[in-house]
Write a protein that binds this ligand. Structure first.
Ligand code: AMP
Length: 220
């Protein structure tokens, strides 16, 4: 059976880091809709121009645009054995589109993992995040420093604080998450696939739990 993991959690809950680690272990592609959109903005593509103001302002990109982004990404060959979604769905309408897309392929969400963190932890994590505007690599001034302070290890570009990682925008993103994404928890609980875990726990512990959740649900 195809394994489809949905990672739910506030901005800064660690979804991207967990998705990358679980992806390595399960050999499934991690799909970060935020990264797809940021890359589109960096390249100046028509999609990038359409979504730039939303992404940089910490607002949700409209569902119709996201539906195009998701459908075209899931059609790529590497998604055939399954995938790990990080940052999608963000609204109930998006969850319904995902359900319908998977049902059309005779499959369904294996597990929706809600990663729970406090607002204080998010402010600390995202406030310390530095990103490479050229290649998208992510660092943290507290926990994941680049070899040369202020510069990307991979391409040497000067690191920046993402516009949406400024404190006011972080607060806005947390409010958006609380308001629009809470119904998703109820949606996946209703479908019997919701799992919750403490995103403040040590990284290896969280990764092992998520892998177990994928396997446990898959086997049942
Ligand atoms: P993220 O990196 O997941 O925090 O996403 C960064 C930004 O991209 C968000 O603040 C939104 O503006 C946009 N975005 C990413 N995924 C979605 C989505 N599923 N629906 C709407 N907007 C999204």
């Amino acid at each position: 059976m195809r394994t489809t993991l949905v990672l739910l959690g506030a901005p800064g809950s660690g979804k991207g880091t967990f998705a990358a680690r679980v992806s390595d272990a399960l050999h499934l592609p991690p799909i970060s809709t935020g990264e797809i959109l940021r890359q589109a903005v960096r390249s100046g593509s028509p999609l990038g121009r359409e979504v730039q103001a939303f992404v940089e302002g910490g607002k949700l990109v409209p569902d119709q645009v996201m539906s195009r982004v998701l459908t075209s990404r899931l059609a790529e060959a590497d998604c055939a054995p399954g995938f790990i979604l990080d940052g999608y769905p963000r609204t109930l309408a998006q969850a319904h589109l995902l359900d319908a897309t998977l049902e059309a392929a005779a499959t369904q969400v294996t597990a929706a993992v809600s990663i729970e963190v406090t607002d204080e932890l998010v402010m600390r994590r995202l406030g310390g995040r530095r990103s490479c505007p050229n290649c998208g690599a992510v660092y943290n001034i507290h926990t994941l420093k680049p070899a040369r302070e202020g510069f990307c290890d991979k391409c040497g570009t000067a690191l920046v604080t993402r516009p949406d990682d400024q404190p006011d925008t972080i607060r806005k993103r947390l409010a958006v998450y609380a308001e629009q994404s809470a119904p998703l928890i109820a949606h996946y609980r209703g479908r019997g696939v919701l799992k919750t875990l403490d995103g403040g726990a040590p990284l290896d512990e969280v990764v092992t739990l998520i892998i177990g959740m994928a396997g446990a649900v898959q086997a049942s």
